[in-house]
Design a protein around this ligand. Structure first.
Ligand code: MRU
Length: 360
């Protein structure tokens, strides 16, 4: 069995795993090479983990959070070899966390995961508690994704019953990649889609190409095809016409950070899809772990938006006088979102109080 395959059964529609820890190193499925080549990159120190996040060997908010967590384990391994004092240990881990957090600024999950890890760093030189915490975080992420899937399915079934749609299979449009590749496994928005498929409520998935990095064309299409889930690609330019055509029941996306008022930052292009969905009476859903909600920020305008290199956008050999506007994410105002689904519950109206009330 290839290492990127999980031992789960095909009926889970969940066989792909983007990262694993083995013999003191982190192995990442290299998402830059997919779908042409399935290959792994061995990551042996914290600097390499930060580079892998920045260069998008691994991407997707929960997956980069987990890479940050294992990156801190790698930093701890290096520090432990020098038999540090308590203050050297703390300072060394804090410096590694700062470096890892800076790799990508928008997804709050990376900051959250690094905070969780630093909270368990105890006696100087003890790597085992950190490794146990990273492993636990990885397992908890899959469990949370399955809960999100079940909750999203419940919302969709309840809405379908209310609209008199009975139990006919539904067509879903999604954006970017929010699946097993973007998480520890199963996925958030794509986890909801897996749950629809497992419940025989899915007619098919339309996936946007997701320019310029092609997370949809290269990753989501590959991931769904691996699982035998019917998928059709659409350009971002074609999505409004698709939504106007009356065949899409739900637009379901993930999130990198959600402000207290429900404004949601996700892959660039989400905002346009949400506007087109609202204009065409297509229901919209954001699926994300509760850790994606950043209650320190009142609105989406306060969320830092990563700007990526012009080279991702400009064709090879482009005239150097041509500029590139290449933000990785955009902000969807809460008013355009019908549902936020987390592992702890679903909301039809977002507020700091409503998010707080979901926390266990
Ligand atoms: O730039 P990426 O590929 O990391 O962007 C990913 C997204 O925007 C996802 O929708 C988000 O991180 C949620 S992944 C479960």
């Amino acid at each position: 069995m290839p290492p990127w395959n999980s031992p789960m059964t095909a009926t889970d529609f969940d066989r792909i795993r983007p990262l694993r820890w083995e013999a003191g190193a982190l192995y990442l499925l290299d998402q830059r090479a997919l779908p042409q080549r399935v290959s792994e990159l061995r990551v042996a120190d914290a600097a390499a983990a930060a580079a892998a996040i920045r260069d998008m060997v691994v991407r997707g908010a929960p997956a980069i959070g987990l890479t940050g967590a294992y990156g801190l384990v790698l930093a701890a391994q290096t520090l432990a070899r020098a038999e540090p004092t308590a203050s050297q240990w703390r300072a060394g881990l804090a410096a590694a966390a700062t470096r890892l957090a800076a790799a990508r600024p928008t997804a709050v999950h990376l900051h959250w995961a690094l905070g969780q890890m630093q909270a368990v760093a105890s006696a100087p030189g003890e790597v085992a508690p950190l490794l146990a915490a990273a492993r636990a975080m990885q397992a908890a992420d899959v469990a949370a994704n399955r809960q999100m899937g079940a909750r999203a399915l419940a919302v969709i079934e309840q809405q379908a019953a209310g609209a008199g749609q009975g139990d006919r299979p539904l067509q879903v449009l999604t954006h970017c990649n929010t699946g097993s590749l973007a998480t520890a496994g199963y996925g958030t928005a794509l986890g909801a889609i897996r749950s629809l498929q497992a419940a025989a409520r899915l007619a098919g998935v339309f996936a946007t190409e997701t320019r310029p990095w092609l997370q949809g064309a290269r990753l989501t299409a590959w991931e769904l095809a691996q699982e035998g889930i019917p998928v059709t690609l659409v350009t971002e330019g074609g999505a409004a016409a698709l939504l106007a055509g009356g065949q899409i029941d739900w637009l379901i996306v993930g999130a990198d950070r959600i402000a207290a008022n429900g404004d949601t930052v996700n892959k660039i292009g989400t905002y346009g899809l949400m506007l087109a969905a609202r204009a065409n009476d297509v229901r919209t859903m954001v699926v994300a772990p509760l850790a994606t909600v950043d209650l320190t920020l009142q609105t989406g305008r306060q969320i830092p938006i990563e700007q990526r290199a012009a080279g991702e956008l400009l064709p090879a050999g482009a005239d150097p006088r041509i500029g590139a506007y290449n933000p990785a994410f955009d902000v969807t105002p809460a008013a355009l979102i019908d549902w936020w689904v987390t592992e702890h519950g679903a909301l039809a109206a977002a507020s700091a109080e409503a998010f707080r009330a979901l926390a266990p």
